[in-house]
Design a protein around this ligand. Structure first.
Ligand SMILES: CC(C)(COP(=O)(O)OP(=O)(O)OC[C@H]1O[C@@H](n2cnc3c(N)ncnc32)[C@H](O)[C@@H]1OP(=O)(O)O)[C@@H](O)C(=O)NCCC(=O)NCCS
Length: 376
């Protein structure tokens, strides 16, 4: 039967999307409905569907967000809720929806797309032009590993703390982090209070000033959710962010959450790569499945050109030009040139390059700074 692949049309089709997502995923239909209806910036052009015989049988959602890239801002499409009804799987519908979305994203101003893949769906996303790049890390955290945690008072959040929490987050979100609007924070607070009261916000302070915050779910021993487990214990971390001058605050927050959980011994923590809590700790092989796609080389080049020009200048080789070529992106400067294929350019932008001194000066090694809250 003919299928139509396009943005959702009208209330009835959107209801069918909620129904589809509720049937296919663990969360119920209301979760998906609240998620879109609770977002004041929601635009129906971001919900894509495949319609067969008048019914929505496949759908995927674009969650747009701004990411900071060394002072400049990139519009990124977070792709989520990719689902096809079991009766219509294996016919290329999800792939068609993903491809149609990508074609729409470039003229809409998106530079990159990001998604978090389940293992089985990775081949599908690779076919749709997404590549896996190094992402977060899971480390073993133990209360007696000798890290400094003293000097901080940890307590529950109070309304007066939000401004400082936002400031601490903004200072830490380098080099590729989510730019969070005021509405984002308001929604996060509202979700905690109304939708998922099991979530917990803690803050660490020293001499009356906020030094860091913890946001997560602190499970009872033996609670089993998806994710790696060690001896059946897990702190479900959402964020542990400390002020740059207070790395010890992150330790104090996790220690308190750990104590509250009532589990002695080691727990795994999932963190953005490069996080202060990962320093010196052993890595547990994790399941970090961030996949990226270059949506629009021109949009990306426009946004990052001033930053690259500054970096070239700092490296003593000014007069950098960038151009899009059929075979990739061409970088030309006084001393030479390089052409990077699209996927290599994407990797350089997101992870940096350490295999070539010149490219290394333009793209110093880096990692995205994204938390669970930034996932979709
Ligand atoms: C993943 C999913 C959206 C694919 O939909 P689809 O319309 O059948 O996809 P397509 O026909 O375009 O592509 C099929 C590919 O999807 C992947 N796939 C198939 N079944 C899958 C499943 N149960 N779970 C995950 N991926 C699956 C495979 O890579 C498959 O390729 P193959 O047929 O060559 O093995 C669909 O299986 C689904 O809704 N799964 C449950 C929800 C889910 O896992 N969503 C992805 C979250 S990251």
């Amino acid at each position: 039967m003919e299928s139509q692949v396009r943005p959702v049309r009208g209330r009835e089709e959107l209801e069918q999307c909620f129904e589809l997502w509720g049937d296919v995923f663990d969360e119920d239909r209301g979760f998906f409905q609240r998620r879109l209806e609770g977002d004041r910036t929601y635009d129906s052009a971001t919900t894509w569907v495949a319609v067969v015989g008048g019914e929505v049988v496949s759908a995927a959602q674009i969650f747009p967000f701004d990411a900071r890239w060394d002072g400049t801002t990139l519009l990124v499409a977070g792709i989520g809720s990719v689902a096809t009804r079991p009766t219509h799987r294996g016919q290329g519908l999800a792939l068609a929806v993903l491809n149609a979305q990508r074609a729409w994203m470039a003229p809409a101003g998106f530079a990159l797309a990001l998604l978090f893949a389940r293992e089985r769906a990775i081949p599908l996303y690779e076919r749709a032009g997404y590549v896996r790049l190094p992402f977060g890390t899971t480390v073993a955290w133990s209360p007696d590993d000798g890290a400094t945690r003293s000097g901080y008072t940890v307590r529950s959040v109070k309304p007066a703390d939000w401004r400082a929490i936002r400031t601490i987050y903004a200072a830490q979100m380098a080099p590729l982090g989510h730019v969070r609007s005021k509405a984002f924070w308001t929604d996060a607070i509202r979700w905690t209070e109304q939708v998922d009261p099991g979530r917990e916000w803690l803050v660490a302070e020293q001499a009356g000033r906020l030094a860091g915050y913890f946001f997560g779910r602190i499970p009872e021993v033996g609670e089993d959710e998806e994710g790696p487990t060690v001896q059946g214990r897990r702190i479900r971390l959402w964020e542990v962010v400390s002020h740059l001058n207070h790395p010890g605050a992150a330790e104090a927050l996790v220690e308190r959450a750990h104590r509250q959980m009532g589990a002695p011994g080691m727990v795994p923590l999932s963190l953005p790569a490069g996080h202060v809590l990962a320093e010196g700790r052993s890595v547990i092989p994790g399941r970090h499945r961030g996949m990226w796609s270059l949506v629009s080389a021109p949009a990306l080049l426009r946004a990052i050109h001033p930053v690259l020009a500054r970096r070239a200048e700092d490296a003593g080789v000014p007069a950098l030009t960038l151009g899009e070529r059929p075979d990739g992106v061409r970088l030309v400067w006084a001393a030479g040139e390089r052409t990077l294929a699209g996927a290599d350019f994407l990797e350089a932008v997101i992870c940096g390059r350490d295999d070539d001194p010149w490219l290394g000066a333009l793209f110093p090694p880096a990692t995205p700074f994204l938390w669970s809250l930034d996932q979709f």
